[in-house]
Design a protein around this ligand. Structure first.
Ligand code: GBH
Length: 487
C-alpha cells in the first residue's frame, strides 16, 4: 500500500530523463506546403468546422514547419542541465502524401524532420519520436476506411511507413513510439466521431479500429526488432493514455468490480495484448459477447486474434509509455441503448471526475495528484513491472490566461512529487517524465481555447512568438537539478 507521506520532494535518481512534448498536427501548420498530403485532421477541421469549439484548424498552428529555430531555442533554454529530450511526432502524409509508399515520398517533408533531428542533436537534445499522433493520410481513409480496414492493407501501409522512418532517421533517433493513445483514435475517431475522421460506429468500428492498430503496432515493433535494433540500438514501444479510476464507494464490491472493468476496457484493451497475454482482457471478451447476444448479433464486434497474431502481439513494447492527466470515480451502470450496443454501454461502468477536485480549463481534467501514484503502482503490478516513461502529463488554462500560470506550477509540483514517491517508496520503474506541452497549440476539438503550454504562444502574431510562462522556469529549475541523460 502507498505510504501516506503528504509531501516528499527528494531527489530524483540522477539517471532520470526529463523532456517536453508536442505533436505534428498540433504545432506544425504548413498543412498543404511543399507536397504534403492531406491528413484526416485537415479534412475534419475544414469540412466540419462546427466540431471545433472555436471553428479553428491546425492550418498554421504554431507554424513550427517554418520555425525549427524558435522551437530549438525554447527547448534549449528550458533544458537547463537536464531536460534532455524532446518528444514530437512525424506527420505521415508529410512524408508519404497518400500514405502508401509505392505512390512516392515527399522529399521536402522528409528533410524537414532530418533538419529538426539534426538541430536537436546539435544542441544536445535527444529526439523521442512518435510515429502516429492521429494525423492519418486522408487517402487511406478514403480508399480503405482507414483503421477500420481489416484486410491487412492498412497494417501493411503503416509497416512500410515505419520501415522507411527507421531506415531514414534511425541512425539518430533511438527512442520510438509507434502510436500515441490508440484508445482515443478508436473511441473518438471511429466510435463517437468527436475526432477525425468523424466516423460514427460506437459499438463496432470502435473495436475494429483498435484491432488494426494493435496489429500495426506489432508489425512495426517486429520490423524494428528484426531489421534495425542490432545496428541502431534504440528502443521502441507504445504510449497509452489512462485515467486512474477509483470506485465511488470503496467498500462496495460492485463499485470495485466496475472500476476494474473500466481499467480493462481502457488501458487493458491495448496493454493486455501487448504486455501480457497477447489477447484482449477476458472481461472485455465476456462483456462484449454477452451484450452482442442480447441484441442477437452473431458476428464478433470485438474481433478475434488468431493464435499466431497473439504471439506476434506479446511483448512488443520495450517500455510502457504513459500519458496521464486525471482521475475518475466509477459506479457500475447497466443500460441497453436503443440504437444498439456501444463501447460505453458494453463496459457496464460509468465515471467522471469528482466535483470537489480542483478543475482546469478542460471539462474532463481535474487535478488529482495522488492518482498518478496509484496508477503507476497498478501498472507495475498488472503488467510485470515494466520500465515506464511518462510521455505526457500536464494541465490546461483558458485562451485568455497569460504568463503567471501558478495553476500549472502547482500541478507539476504535486504530480511530479507523486511520481517521485512511486519511484522511491513503491519501487516503480519510472525512467522519464515528459511535460505536455512545450508550448500552447491546437488542442483538437477545443481548438486554441485551451492552453497546455510551458510557453505562451501569440496566435495573432504571424511570428507566433513563444514566451516562457512561470511554469517554464519552474520546470527548468526542477529538472535542472539532475544529470543530463538520454531516454
Ligand atoms: C492527450 O490526450 C493528447 O495526446 C494530446 O495530443 C492532447 O493535446 C493532450 O492530451 C491534452 O488533451 O471532452 O469528454 O470529449 C489526452 C486524452 C483525449 C482527453 C480527448 C480528453 C476529450 C474528452 N484526451 N478527451 S471529452
Amino acid at each position: 500500500e502507498p505510504s501516506h507521506e503528504i509531501f516528499y520532494y527528494g531527489d530524483f535518481p540522477n539517471t532520470f530523463a526529463w523532456g517536453t512534448t508536442s505533436s505534428a498536427y498540433q504545432i506544425e501548420g504548413g498543412w498543404n506546403e511543399d507536397g504534403k498530403g492531406v491528413s484526416i485532421w485537415d479534412e475534419f477541421t475544414h469540412k466540419l468546422q462546427s466540431q471545433i469549439s472555436d471553428g479553428s484548424s491546425g492550418n498554421a498552428a504554431c507554424d513550427s514547419y517554418h520555425r525549427i529555430d524558435q522551437d530549438i531555442k525554447i527547448i534549449k533554454e528550458l533544458r537547463g542541465i537536464s531536460v534532455g529530450y524532446y518528444r514530437f511526432s512525424l506527420s505521415w502524409p508529410r512524408i508519404i502524401p497518400t500514405g502508401e509508399i509505392n505512390d512516392g515520398i515527399n522529399q521536402p517533408g522528409v528533410d524537414y524532420y532530418n533538419n529538426l533531428i539534426d538541430e536537436l542533436l546539435a544542441n544536445n537534445i535527444q529526439p523521442m519520436v512518435t510515429l502516429y499522433h492521429w494525423d492519418l493520410p486522408q487517402a487511406l481513409q478514403d480508399k480503405y476506411e482507414g483503421w477500420l480496414d481489416q484486410s491487412g492493407i492498412i497494417v501493411k501501409a503503416f509497416a512500410d511507413y515505419t520501415d522507411f522512418c527507421f531506415k531514414t532517421y534511425g541512425d539518430r533517433v533511438k527512442f520510438w513510439i509507434t502510436f500515441n493513445e490508440p484508445f482515443i483514435t478508436a473511441q473518438l475517431g471511429y466510435g463517437v466521431a468527436a475526432f477525425a475522421p468523424g466516423h460514427y460506429s460506437p459499438g463496432e468500428g470502435v473495436y475494429y479500429a483498435a484491432h488494426s492498430i494493435i496489429k500495426s503496432h506489432a508489425q512495426a515493433y517486429h520490423i524494428y526488432n528484426n531489421t534495425y535494433r542490432e545496428s541502431q540500438k534504440g528502443q521502441i514501444g507504445i504510449t497509452l493514455n489512462t485515467n486512474w479510476v477509483e470506485p465511488m464507494t470503496t467498500t462496495d464490491l460492485d463499485h470495485i468490480e466496475a472500476s476494474q472493468r473500466s481499467l480493462a476496457f481502457s488501458t487493458g484493451w491495448f496493454a493486455e495484448p501487448i504486455f501480457n497475454s497477447g489477447d484482449y482482457p477476458d472481461v472485455m471478451i465476456w462483456n462484449v459477447g454477452n451484450r452482442s447476444e442480447y441484441y442477437n448479433i452473431t458476428y464478433d464486434r470485438l474481433p478475434k486474434f488468431t493464435e499466431e497474431e497473439k504471439e506476434l502481439n506479446k511483448g512488443t513494447s520495450d517500455f510502457f509509455g504513459l500519458n496521464h492527466y486525471t482521475s475518475n470515480l466509477i459506479v457500475p451502470c447497466s443500460y441497453y441503448p436503443e440504437e444498439g450496443p456501444t463501447y460505453d454501454s458494453d463496459q457496464e461502468a460509468c465515471g467522471d471526475g469528482c466535483a470537489e477536485w480542483p478543475p482546469s480549463a478542460s471539462s474532463w481534467l481535474y487535478q488529482v495528484p495522488w492518482g498518478i501514484r496509484k496508477l503507476l503502482i497498478w501498472i507495475k503490478r498488472t503488467y510485470g513491472d515494466p520500465v515506464i516513461y511518462i510521455t505526457e502529463n500536464g494541465i490546461s488554462e483558458h485562451f485568455s490566461d497569460g504568463l503567471d500560470d501558478d495553476i500549472r506550477v502547482n500541478y507539476y509540483k504535486n504530480y511530479i512529487d507523486e511520481v517521485l514517491k512511486a519511484i522511491k517508496e513503491d519501487d516503480v520503474n519510472v525512467k522519464g517524465y515528459t511535460a505536455w506541452s512545450l508550448m500552447d497549440n491546437f488542442e483538437w476539438a477545443e481548438g486554441y481555447s485551451e492552453r497546455f503550454g510551458l510557453h505562451w504562444v501569440n496566435f495573432t502574431d504571424p511570428e507566433r512568438t513563444r514566451i516562457p510562462k512561470k511554469s517554464a522556469s519552474y520546470y527548468r529549475s526542477l529538472a535542472g537539478s539532475g544529470t543530463y541523460v538520454r531516454p
